[in-house]
Design a binder for this molecule. Structure first.
Ligand code: UDP
Ligand code: MG
Length: 326
């Protein structure tokens, strides 16, 4: 079933979009708690569960939910595309007037939906969760996250709130704007800030994972950080000129010092310092080339204009009864 074919589905009042990787142990609890939270706001809701190439039976578990409950839509992606792309797939697919983004591990409590809706009623387009306290996360994750946000804030013009994840409630018009951004290196919380409109922080306490362990090891965190910086700023490219200037000045100082020593009769034996300077300069040049490469590579990947993801299968009972083509 193609995404376009279901574009004509009925709109609902609320969509909850959840990317799920290997979350078998948490899916039933997720379904139970999200359903309870949604039902408080009437029955016009859908839970869009995006299966991001799971290998542990999450797919089957989610399909079973979609086969028994009209409110559940299961989108099985063709492989593991990563959190941000899986989320984008769900966001493109969902039809709610309001959209709640949630993680499958229940670190962000779905029970906050009511309070977030009330906040949105005050006239906001985005109510984004801001973590006050983060249970069960290592000091390293907390320290690196805090350093990352500080660095990002200095480099980027748009305000990206520190300690915010993707947990947020969005209005349909904010989501339409987000969906209109076609880039493939997606740092969604930053893209949402970039949109503008009225946005407000919603402080909450982040819990431990309900089950399993994080799917964001150090490597993926660094990649997300690099995506964030390169998508929102060209400051690293300017860094090259800055470094060039710094080393130029350093060279002048060293030259002055050498000439001075020479004028008072000291000839400085120079090969060690020369070797050191050459090594430093060489490494700086390679580093700058690397930064260039990072942007160039991203430009290359963007110019291919490949679709962000492919869908393997969509299971949705309500769609099947309303539209036999599906
Ligand atoms: N996730 C995903 N694809 C991936 C990795 C993660 O869809 O390749 C989902 C995962 O199932 C969860 C969310 O993204 O719902 C956040 O992942 P996780 O909880 O591991 O990250 P953390 O909360 O530790 O930053
Ligand atoms: Mg998590």
């Amino acid at each position: 079933m193609e995404i376009e074919k279901v574009a004509a589905r009925h709109a609902v009042m609320l969509s909850v979009v959840v990317p799920c990787y290997n979350e078998l142990d948490g899916v039933a609890e997720l379904y139970r708690r999200v359903t309870a939270a949604c039902l408080e706001h009437g029955s016009s809701y859908e839970i869009v569960l995006v299966i991001d190439g799971a290998t542990d039976g999450t797919r089957e578990a989610v399909f079973r939910l979609a086969e028994t409950d009209d409110h559940v839509v299961a989108i099985d992606l063709a492989r593991n595309y990563g959190h941000q792309i899986a989320l984008s797939a769900g966001l493109e697919f969902c039809r709610g007037q309001r959209i709640l983004i949630l993680d499958a591990d229940l670190q962000d409590p779905p029970e906050l939906l009511g309070a977030m809706m009330t906040k949105m009623n005050e006239g906001f387009d985005v109510v984004y969760g801001q973590r006050l306290k983060r249970d069960g996360e290592s000091w390293f994750k907390l320290a690196s996250a805090s350093m990352f946000y500080r660095l990002l804030r200095r480099m980027v013009d748009v305000e990206i709130a520190p300690n915010s994840g993707d947990f947020r409630l969005m209005s349909r018009r904010a989501l339409d704007h987000l969906n209109a951004m076609p880039e493939r290196y997606r740092f969604i919380r930053g893209m949402v800030s970039w949109i503008g409109l009225k946005q407000v922080a919603f402080p909450y306490e982040r819990h431990r994972r309900f089950a399993g362990t994080t799917h964001y090891p150090l490597k993926k965190m660094i990649l997300l950080a690099v995506d964030a910086m390169t998508s929102f700023s060209v400051a690293p490219l300017r860094f090259a000129s800055l470094l060039g200037m710094m080393f130029g000045l350093l060279g002048l100082v060293v030259l002055g010092y050498t000439l001075f020593e020479w004028s008072v009769g000291n000839v400085l034996p120079g090969w060690t310092s020369l070797a050191a300077i050459m090594l430093i300069l060489g490494s700086v040049q390679l580093m700058v080339l690397g930064i260039f490469g990072e942007y160039l590579g991203r430009m290359y990947m963007e110019t291919k204009r490949r679709p962000l993801y492919f869908v393997n299968e969509i299971v949705a009972r309500s769609q099947a009864t309303e539209n036999t083509e599906l």
